[in-house]
Design a protein around this ligand. Structure first.
Ligand code: NAD
Ligand code: UDP
Length: 318
């Protein structure tokens, strides 16, 4: 198949492009390189089945493809809050452009939605039927509401135009290819530990997240795209839940770092708990994550070690 991946030069997108190429597909990667990097796809640029288009999904574009994975959108709070109006446009106008294209070329289209549609949840763990608790006015709303509106658009194109949609709600995912300055908690803690700087815990570190290793996530996303049982939304994530302090302790132990923990104010509207109910993914996709947090961190730490060594060598040359 010929497959479009928007946001294909980002963290998840670059893993997805590699996976699809390995399966023998042709891949068109569309990315404006806001939070993505050419380095993430450098090894693919000479592959005749891979094509990179630097383009912003807010502006219309045309590609003839069989499937579309719509991942374009900054995902880290510091990045999506940098230009919140642009973030909403990327989710909403980007979805309209991709759905219009799916309609024209008759392609199946999958939306990378998010656990953020549940906001700061008062139901725990979160099943797909839970409608969420999002503050429409807060600093996270550009992302949360943009993604909620994108889901609405997907289901309206499905009902009104019979577009062949799939929607997955992704929970916190980590792994190699994340940017060292991405701002999300796993990359921040690993980089701080390796640099022997203090680990910055926001609040008292008692808030929870459930961390999914990237390979498991990509497997779930590809399975969701290629089945006819459920259009979604389907939660994809790892249900093993940890406090942020427990994560910090694990990272310090695995890196054998002498860093201390320091506590900073909790950002506004930061969800206090998050854990996916993955019953639907198990039932409809036969999917569940395989990689435990300890093992995922052991695979991720060497990537950051290598990246920091490279940066240090480049700085030394200058
Ligand atoms: P990322 O920031 O690494 O990747 C996003 C990519 O989209 C980047 O390459 C960026 O340059 C590109 N992009 C942003 N705005 C664009 C625009 N207007 N036009 C074209 N390209 C644009 O983040 P990620 O973690 O890889 O997330 C990918 C998708 O998965 C996002 O849609 C995100 O909301 C969703 N998601 C990720 C997680 C996670 O934990 N990683 C959790 C929930 C949802
Ligand atoms: N967090 C933290 N220190 C950091 C970065 C994040 O304590 O250096 C916390 C953050 O406040 C949140 C959790 O870790 O409670 C997950 O943050 P992230 O930005 O990774 O994802 P999200 O909040 O979108 O789930």
């Amino acid at each position: 198949m010929r497959i479009l991946v928007t946001g294909g030069a980002g963290f998840l997108g670059s893993h997805l492009c590699k996976r699809l190429l390995r399966e023998g597909h042709e891949v068109v990667c569309v990315d404006n390189l806001f939070t993505g990097r050419k380095a993430n796809i450098a090894e693919l640029l000479n592959d005749p089945n891979f094509e990179f288009m630097r383009h912003d999904v807010v502006d219309e574009f045309k590609v003839e493809v069989d499937q579309i994975y719509n991942l374009a959108c900054p995902a880290s709070p510091i990045h999506y809050q940098y230009n919140p109006i642009k973030t909403t446009k990327t989710s909403v106008v980007g979805a309209i452009n991709c759905l219009g294209m799916a309609k024209r070329v008759n392609a199946r289209i999958l939306q990378a939605s998010t656990s953020e549609v549940y906001g700061d949840p008062d139901v725990h763990p979160q099943p797909e039927a839970y409608r969420g608790n999002v503050n429409t006015l807060g600093p996270r709303a550009c992302y949360d509401e943009g993604k909620r509106c994108a889901e609405t658009l997907f289901f309206d194109y499905y009902r009104q135009n019979q577009v062949d949609i799939r929607v997955v709600r992704i929970f916190n995912t980590y792994g190699p290819q994340m940017l060292p300055d991405d701002g999300r908690v796993v990359s921040n803690f690993i980089v701080q530990a390796l640099r022997e700087e203090p680990l910055t815990l926001y609040g008292d570190g008692s808030q929870t997240r459930s961390f999914c290793y990237v390979d498991d996530l990509i497997e779930g996303m590809v399975l969701a795209m290629n089945q006819d049982e459920a259009v979604g939304p389907i939660n994809i994530g790892n249900p093993d839940e940890f406090t942020i302090k427990e994560l910090a302790e694990k990272v310090l132990a695995l890196t054998e770092s002498p860093s201390e923990m320091i506590f900073k104010p909790l950002p506004e509207d930061d969800p206090m708990q998050r854990q996916p109910d993955i019953s639907l993914a198990k039932e409809k996709l036969g999917w569940e994550p395989k990689v435990k947090l300890q093992e995922g961190l052991e695979r991720t730490i060497p990537y950051f070690e290598h990246l920091l060594e490279e940066t240090a060598e480049e700085t030394a040359k200058v």
